[in-house]
Design a protein around this ligand. Structure first.
Ligand code: ARG
Length: 585
């Protein structure tokens, strides 16, 4: 569907032309003075310079061409040369009614839709998830849904950190505790046990213990390094322990992410990129783009236009170890081969910006990707506690995702239990849904690059710019529909008679504008801003209109249809943000 604002712009442009001026001056915007008019066009000002006359003269001529047009209720020239417009109720109704029966409310796919890989989540196996991983999962999931909504084929890859020192630390700690396990017996040639020598909760304790130990016990740290090296070079027993760690951790991660309503298409990790490294490095050497620097193999990525120093991308350290960047480059090789994407998008904490800049430059230099490949890193800010420091649990330790979700859910459960609206058997599920909305909207309503403060009471409030407020609006509409007893019929939508109905419809017409902005700028916060406005307009309409008490059946059906359309748009939007509404709250 052509966008509402574009329809109006097109009409006004034609009026410019009819009055003898360039049509390009006819661009219309939503009024920044809604008390005066709904839409405005300021084109007469620049046009006056071109045509050397007074702006008001042009505005008058254009306004005259718009008189009597069914699109407008009013179109008037105002000094010194503005065009102020209100659309007609019939035109507005027709547009909204068409939205109501169109797929995705008339939102069109991106004509340039493409295959892309979205690298998000990025948890480190066997290490606790921190707030950065939480944000990556929440923002990434939303960006994935938004991109898909515009017709892109998006492959969401969790890209686990599963190949680092943490694995060696765990192996060494397990050896200290159970030295007689066959994994540590080099002469063992049989089959290793199918059952892991630890449980997931033991694993959760083993890593921090080992990590702490490595900081005070140098010999232990040395052994962990060796174990990591041996694992990476294929030692059979270590690989078997690694398999156990992976199996338990992935199972646990899947549980965690599914509780967050976050869903990955592929569960690959750093380890999966390793087979691509030797060939990639050979190829880079053959292309002559690598250099030796203090025993290390690097690619220089500094460019002439740089105003700051961009250090070389290190591929292989002097001791033969490969690094984070090497793995990321090899992962690009794998992705190009397996999916032929046109875009790669990464979501991490903004502190990794330089890393990605180096990797992207190296990937282009090595021709792992074509020159016009879109490589993008979205570096997000930190979720802070009320003390302004990165969020921690009450005891001050690293955040455990499960804990955080449980705390929010408990808080919400108590609230809805006090309110006594929700049936007892629905309390748990409802609390879970509201908690998700509180957490995700609290995060997504901020511009991704900004830091924000996690504030449970504020995020979980039923009023204000919060997720629960949006859910509450949806639930309120659902309850109207239940009481109405029939299904809402979009054909019953009527030309708006009141300010509130008009405003609600006008917000609806802007749906596509906000969606495009969210998509183009990777900004789910734009969707939050939109639904906050839409929910506000729907609630105002609800308060100012006797909906179910309306004696005129046709009007009543029209009101209900309008409310229901608001509900549908709100629900579509929160689905793009990654949460959903309960039946009651
Ligand atoms: N595991 C990394 C971390 O915890 C994030 C991975 C991001 N993705 C990537 N391709 N580097 O910082």
């Amino acid at each position: 569907m052509e966008r509402f604002i574009d329809l109006i712009s097109r009409r006004v442009s034609r009026a410019f032309e009819e009055a003898g001026y360039e049509p390009s001056y006819g661009k219309v915007t939503v009024s920044n003075r809604p008390d005066l008019c709904q839409f405005q066009c300021n084109g007469a000002m620049p046009a006056a310079k071109t045509y050397r006359c007074a702006p008001i003269q042009i505005a008058n001529a254009v306004a005259e061409k718009l008189q009597g047009d069914a699109m407008f209720k009013t179109a008037s020239a105002v000094a010194p040369g503005f065009l102020n417009m209100d659309v007609s109720a019939d035109f507005l109704r027709a547009y909204v009614a068409k939205m109501a029966v169109s797929e995705k409310f008339g939102l069109e796919a991106d004509p340039d839709a493409r295959t892309m890989v979205l690298d998000y989540g990025g948890p480190n196996v066997a290490k606790p998830l921190h707030v950065g991983h939480l944000r990556s999962a929440i923002i990434g999931e939303s960006l994935k849904r938004i991109a898909r909504c515009f017709g892109n084929k998006v492959i969401g890859d969790i890209h686990m950190g599963d190949w680092g020192l943490q694995m060696g630390l765990i192996i060494e700690e397990v050896r200290e505790r159970q030295p007689n396990l066959p994994y540590f017996d080099e002469s063992f040639t049989g089959e290793y046990p199918a059952e892991a020598p630890f449980t997931i909760s033991e694993l959760e304790e083993i890593y921090p213990t080992a990590s702490g130990k490595s900081k005070v016990d140098e010999a232990f740290a040395e052994r962990a390094h060796t174990a990591t090296y041996k694992l990476q070079t294929g030692e059979r027993g270590y690989r078997a322990i690694w398999d156990h760690i992976m199996r338990l951790s992935v199972e646990d991660l899947k549980k965690n992410y599914s509780a967050l309503n976050v869903d990955f298409d592929v569960w690959l990790g750093e380890s999966d990129a390793q087979p691509y490294i030797p060939g990639m490095i050979e190829d880079m050497k053959a292309k002559g783009i690598t250099t030796e620097s203090e025993g290390a193999l690097v690619i220089n990525v500094q460019e002439e236009a740089d105003t700051k120093e961009v250090p070389p991308c290190i591929l292989v350290k002097s001791d033969g170890a490969t690094l984070y960047a090497t793995t990321d480059l090899a992962t690009i090789v794998q992705r190009m081969q397996d999916y032929q994407p046109r875009k790669l998008l990464y979501l991490t904490d903004k502190r990794q910006s330089l890393h990605f800049e180096q990797v992207f430059r190296a990937a282009k230099k090595a021709q792992i990707v074509p020159e016009d490949m879109e490589l993008e890193h979205i570096g997000f800010g930190t979720m802070n506690g009320k003390d302004g420091k990165p969020f921690k649990t009450r005891e001050g330790g690293v955040m455990r995702l499960e804990r955080l979700i449980r705390e929010i859910t408990d808080y919400v459960r108590q609230k809805i239990t006090e309110n006594q609206v929700v049936d007892a058997d629905q309390v748990d599920n409802t609390a879970r849904l509201i908690a998700m909305a509180a957490l995700k909207y609290g995060d997504l309503s901020n511009q991704p690059t900004k830091d924000y403060v996690f504030d449970l009471e504020r995020f979980a409030a039923f009023e204000g710019n919060t997720g629960p407020y949006i859910l509450y609006t949806i639930v309120r509409i659902k309850s109207i529909l239940t009481k109405y007893g029939k299904t809402a019929d979009p054909a019953a939508l009527m030309a708006p008679e009141t300010r509130e109905a008009t405003d609600l419809m006008l917000v609806m017409t802007r749906f596509a504008d906000f969606m495009w902005q969210a998509y183009r700028d990777n900004a789910p916060n734009t969707i939050c801003q939109y639904i906050y406005e839409l929910a506000g307009a729907a609630n105002k309409f609800y308060h100012e209109t006797r909906i179910l008490a309306e004696p005129d059946e046709a009007k009543k059906a029209g009101y209900v249809a309008l409310m229901d359309l608001a509900r549908q748009i709100l629900e579509a939007c929160i689905d793009l943000l990654g949460f959903e509404a309960p039946e009651k709250m």
